[in-house]
Design a protein around this ligand. Sequence first.
Ligand code: ADP
Length: 391
Amino acid sequence: MPGSAPLVAVIGGGQLARMMAEPAAALGIPLRLLAEAPGVSAAQVIVDQQVGDHTDLADLRSVTAGAAVVTFDHEHVPTAHLRALAGDGVAVRPGPDALVHAQDKGVMRERLGALGVPCPRHAIVASVADVEAFGFPCVLKTTRGGYDGKGVWVVRSADDVPGPLATAEANGVRLLAEELVDFRRELSALVVRAPSGQAAAYPVVESVQRDGVCHEVVAPAPGLDPALATHAQEVALRVAGELDVTGVLAVELFETADGRILVNELAMRPHNTGHWTQDGAVTSQFENHLRAVLDLPLGSPAPRERWTVMVNILGAPEGPEGAGQPGRLYDGYPHAMARDPRLRVHLYGKDLRPGRKVGHVNAYGDDLDDCLERARHAAAWFRGDLGNESE
Ligand code: ADP
């Protein structure tokens, strides 16, 4: 059909794919989803869908048949399968040679080191003696398969090492040792890059993690030295260019106590530290990801408001019987909406479970403290940390 938009296949049915569907609808771009199970988050909103396994080449071929581009909700598709899809003539974005740096922390450290990008001191380790030679305390990480702090251990003596070594061996992956960085806070520099080479950088944000999970993001990072912010954006743009990333690249950073930045890790897909852009930037990371993978001109990453605060809604941890409130999603709307008509709520169609990310809220405005209070209150309300008396 002349003038019809190309089909974009999306692998993985989580909330990131779900949130790509909103700008895709607005721009009239058809999406086809490979969902891991019926009814998962993105499968609730993307009509053209198949249920299958992202490690099965036949399933990947089936969902990409007729698609111009394939992109991802997660980074877990095996490299050999991505090469096979590229061989079939589908544009794989980001491509396998870029994506490996988001899949394997060992490969990422080696490459960034070679590029002279500032990273924590690091080494691949294979024995207790190797870790002793590296020095305590340090951080051990499995090179593949970790997420949300799983597969990351702070070790302080030789006694702490056998557990992580055994986990790495059981999973058939390498173990990376890193210096324990004395960081002031965590930052994220999010950029988007198209195959044409056009790129855009969002303002650098502060992200607050608890137990390895992102809880809160403030855009832009309060009090960040403008020269350091520019340096962080330059590092992210350089990494995107050198690694030939297409789509969103999130560069997670440590701001050290002595005012430097060090790269922690890379994500090549829309990222939790970019959810604020849905309501706080001219063009959201989800729209710019779609534009980039289709090699369309990118939209402005400029902020719309002085401050935007994003707070995740996480299922409350399991407590003693009868402790706290059970948490509420749709049932929380009347209070949250009446209290704060400017609040933006994004739920992912997931049931509340302890520690699970089920949604987020964005609050924006001129006053940072006001934005923090509004977003934190709403997230706590949905999570069930506030009782009815707190209205
Ligand atoms: P994941 O892949 O699970 O997100 P990360 O490598 O981002 O794992 O580590 C999770 C968290 O652990 C980070 O957000 C940070 O708080 C802490 N961390 C990771 N590496 C280091 C380090 N070298 N020094 C200090 N803290 C670290």
